[in-house]
Design a protein around this ligand. Structure first.
Ligand code: E4P
Length: 273
């Protein structure tokens, strides 16, 4: 499974890449806002920042950049602008388009139409804000390069609807959660990972070439769960990337090994090779 970093923070991206485990980057307007606030708004131009981000990611790591409009015409224009302005830097730009940009104007299918048009123009697309397998089917049907089901936000939705208190990083069982004898569900979906498993199965049924990016991943255990499903990619925040390597028994074992090293054994290394 490929691992993308879900961040627009240059330091986080550089560090993740330096660890040798990051295969791509996903951004969204909220992540760009967070990064710009961290590095000081007005200290640099947004265009230069994005160019640097693409350079840091490098030619072999796709970087998703999102459009900001909610209608086909403008999403296509923005996708073209982002691709033309930035793809030459490292040939790694993917345009992120919301599956349904409707915020009250009735333009439910404008995202799909925009994505299709960008595909026709040879621009790769990542369909985002996917919250159902049904939406993912549509992304597969139009031949999107990537589809991003938001597994953590589905868990949030289930917990919030049931008035369960939770922290963003809290684990939510892939098998769902019972309140008494009632299993929490959203139209037959019992967790974000469950939704992802449905999408995986459907895509296999129809041999869709669209790569599935498990998005909105909130903890290390979910990375394991989506890997077990055979998901193509998991995009994870920096904190989850860090958590992937942690276990208290590894730390304890390391301390004990260091404590036990024989002096004679250490001498082997003194003169080098
Ligand atoms: C994916 O591409 C999105 O940027 C992201 O995973 C959203 O995650 P969040 O629900 O933690 O904001």
């Amino acid at each position: 499974m490929k691992i993308f970093i879900d961040s627009a923070d240059l330091e986080e991206i550089k560090t993740g890449i330096s660890w040798g485990i990051v295969d791509g980057v996903t951004t969204n307007p909220s992540l760009i806002k967070k990064a710009i606030e961290k590095y000081g708004k007005g200290n640099f131009s947004m265009e230069d920042y994005i160019k640097e981000l693409l350079r840091v990611a490098g030619r072999l790591r796709p970087v998703s950049l999102e459009v900001v409009s909610a209608d086909t015409k403008n999403m296509v224009i923005e996708g073209e602008v982002l691709y033309t302005k930035f793809n030459y830097v490292a040939n790694n730009v993917v345009i992120k388009i919301p599956i349904n940009p409707n915020i009250g104007a009735g333009n439910n299918f404008d995202g799909l139409l925009a994505a299709k048009e960008l595909k026709n123009r040879g621009i790769p697309v990542n369909i985002t804000l996917v919250m159902t397998a049904e939406q993912a089917i549509l992304a597969g049907k139009i031949g999107a390069d990537y589809v991003s089901p938001f597994i953590g936000r589905i868990d949030d939705f289930l917990r919030t609807n049931a008035n369960l208190p939770f922290k963003k990083s809290d684990y939510y069982s892939e098998e769902g959660v019972y309140i008494g004898d009632k299993l929490l569900e959203d139209n037959g979906v019992v967790s974000g990972v469950h939704m992802l498993s449905m999408i995986k199965e459907i895509f296999e049924n129809y041999r869709f070439n669209t790569k599935i990016i498990a998005a909105s991943v909130r903890n290390a255990r979910q990375v394991r769960e989506v890997a077990l499903l055979g998901c193509d990619i998991a995009t994870v925040p920096f904190s989850v990337l860090e958590d992937l390597i942690i276990h208290p028994k590894t730390e304890e074992g390391m301390k004990n090994f260091i404590k036990d090293v024989e002096e004679e054994y250490k001498k082997i290394f003194e003169k080098g090779v």
